[in-house]
Design a protein. Structure first.
Lengths: 407, 171
């Protein structure tokens, strides 16, 4: 009786269907498991302690991962038709849009996947920032995350060049000309990226290679490192999981540490913050929330792909005089900075120095915010500048929208 | 006996060091042999020689003085393999300077971020739609972010027929 109740519960239908081959399936699984260690791996991946409270906010990271996988898969299948050539890229996509409804949905999902990815990765960063999860011993994982964010931005802007329609052509023109303002080496860098002084056939093949190989080849292993580091130190969660740790007794704290579940505490952390007070199992409670959020986002991406789809403007025409190029929305703040920093010596300040300082500060956040406090309202010295930075980017984007649509 | 053993031990260490050196040399050599042609191919556009043939634009004898007139020219791209020539716009501007007529062949590529500028009839200026750059009729940058005046195409007149080539110069 007892044995029956602890046996894994399978649906009656599955049991009935597999009865004739149940023994064979079990033997095969055992054979494979002995050689691959599937059970151990699954156990390691699924049965980990995670913070109990605020768990919906922690679904943003896995949603980012799921959408990146979606981008890789849809991208693979766009390659079934897309031709990376200045004479055929637009033709191949125009063919998709007019003669291949399903491929047009795949293309739409790739575009809307990118848009949703920017929102989700931004929220993921904001969540991590607000909860101070970058603090000791997770500093390096924050830096890996910033690099991943920059790679995703790079993927977004190189992807925007590939259709070789008017929008893509002028995006590519501006992006490859920005580097011309690098002091001393700018001209060389521009020629290397374009394959010559002007936009030409090699410009597209280069950015195609960067988009589908160079950046993903950096992105995928870094995502692996991001996850390994996450698992090494455990999910930090937010301050709600650490209520009362500052006033607890030494004895209570020591007891709590002694009973910490894997992976806590892998390394010594700030006193009291090594292990969340209240723990839950990654599977199924966190995985359930992750699955719901990701599924919701994939539904959104699918619906947008079907209803709106991905636009394709007229084919690139460098001689068109009535075309107003507009950047992708996630580059609007940078485009506005281009307007605000006129004249030769100011331009490098606007396009390299200011974004460079911003990115460096973002990477150094764990080393600038060194107090043990996790609550955002007790860290005004980092929260206030961060809020200012976010508002500044939104303000710049609004200025750019106002400028571009009132011309 | 003890000396022999020590010698042997030393030789073992040196054999180990030899292999570590070998690994390092082989690793560095492998990296160098792979990297050298890649770096060369990446840098090749910088050192490429380019031909810039003359391309006929049009008979420009009827271009009015003081009205920038756009001509689309199919300029061959001298990079990568042969693709159809890219259409570009050349603005032919005739200006009356103290009684003598000067003709300019302005590139319509904005010197800020290389978007296409166009002659705005209302403003009587060249306007760039990307970031709002403004140029006067002779291409002088007079507003917005552009750091330099509009570049000019090298040109020649055969009778009244204008030829340009893909060589730009700063006025």
């Amino acid at each position: 009786m007892k044995e029956a109740s602890t046996a894994p519960q399978r649906s009656r239908l599955a049991a009935t269907l597999t009865r004739p081959v149940a023994g064979l399936l079990a033997t095969t699984y055992r054979w494979v498991d002995e050689r691959l260690g599937v059970s151990d791996l699954t156990h390691q991946l699924l049965y980990e302690a995670v913070p109990r409270r605020g768990a919906w906010a922690y679904s943003l990271g896995s949603a980012t991962l799921i959408i990146i996988v979606l981008q890789i898969v849809t991208g693979m299948f766009l390659l079934w038709t897309y031709v990376p050539s200045t004479t055929e890229a637009w033709e191949s996509l125009n063919y998709i849009e007019h003669h291949d409804e399903f491929a047009a949905i795949v293309r739409g999902m790739h575009l809307w996947g990118a848009y949703v990815l920017f929102v989700v990765i931004g929220l993921h960063m904001i969540r991590t920032f607000v909860s101070g999860s970058y603090k000791k011993p997770r500093e390096l994982n924050w830096i890996v995350g910033v690099v991943l964010f920059l790679l995703v931005l790079g993927l977004g802007i190189t992807g925007a060049m590939l259709p070789w329609d008017q929008a893509a052509y002028w995006t590519a023109t501006v992006v490859t000309h920005v580097v011309d303002y690098i002091p001393f080496l700018g001209n060389w860098v521009q020629e290397i990226l374009r394959g010559g002084p002007q936009m030409g056939p090699e410009t597209l093949t280069r950015f195609f290679a960067i988009h589908i190989w160079l950046l993903p080849a950096l992105l995928v292993p870094l995502i692996g490192l991001h996850l390994v580091l996450l698992r090494r130190h455990g999910e930090h969660g937010s301050w709600v999981n650490y209520e009362g740790v500052e006033v607890e007794s030494e004895q209570h704290r020591a007891e709590r540490m002694a009973h910490a579940e894997s992976p806590y505490p892998a390394l010594p952390s700030d006193p009291g913050y090594a292990v969340p007070v209240d723990l839950d199992q990654f599977f199924p409670s966190q995985v359930f929330k992750d699955a719901v959020l990701s599924f919701g986002l994939v539904i959104l991406i699918f619906v947008m792909a079907v209803v709106v789809g991905a636009p394709l403007e007229r084919a690139a025409n460098p001689a068109a005089l009535n075309y107003v190029p507009t950047p992708e929305w996630f580059f609007l703040p940078l485009d506005q900075i281009l307007v605000q920093f006129p004249q030769a010596w100011m331009i490098p300040v606007g396009v390299f120095v200011i974004p460079g300082i911003g990115t460096t500060l973002l990477m150094l956040v764990p080393f600038l915010d060194r107090t043990p406090d996790r609550e955002p309202w007790r860290r005004p010295e980092v929260m206030a500048p961060a809020l200012f930075a976010v508002l500044f980017l939104i303000f710049e984007a609004l200025l750019a929208v106002n400028r571009l649509f009132n011309l | 006996m003890a000396e022999e053993a020590r010698e042997l031990a030393q030789r073992r260490v040196s054999r180990r060091r030899f292999m570590i050196m070998g690994i390092n040399v082989a690793g560095a050599g492998t990296a160098l042999l792979i990297a050298a042609p890649i770096v060369g191919s990446v840098l090749s556009p910088v050192f490429a020689k380019r031909k810039t043939p003359w391309v006929m634009v049009a008979d420009v004898s009827r271009v009015p003085i003081g009205v920038p007139t756009a001509y689309v020219v199919n300029l061959p791209i001298n990079e990568g393999w042969s693709v159809p020539p890219v259409p570009r716009t050349v603005y032919v501007v005739k200006l009356n300077l103290n009684g003598s007529v000067e003709m300019l062949t302005l590139s319509n590529v904005c010197t800020h971020m290389q978007c296409d500028v166009h002659w705005d009839i209302g403003l009587q200026e060249f306007l760039c739609p990307c970031h709002g750059g403004l140029y006067s009729i002779d291409g002088t940058n007079i507003g917005g972010p552009p750091p330099w005046p509009l570049f000019r195409y090298e040109h020649k007149l055969v009778d009244s027929t204008l030829y340009v080539r893909n060589v730009l110069y700063e006025p």
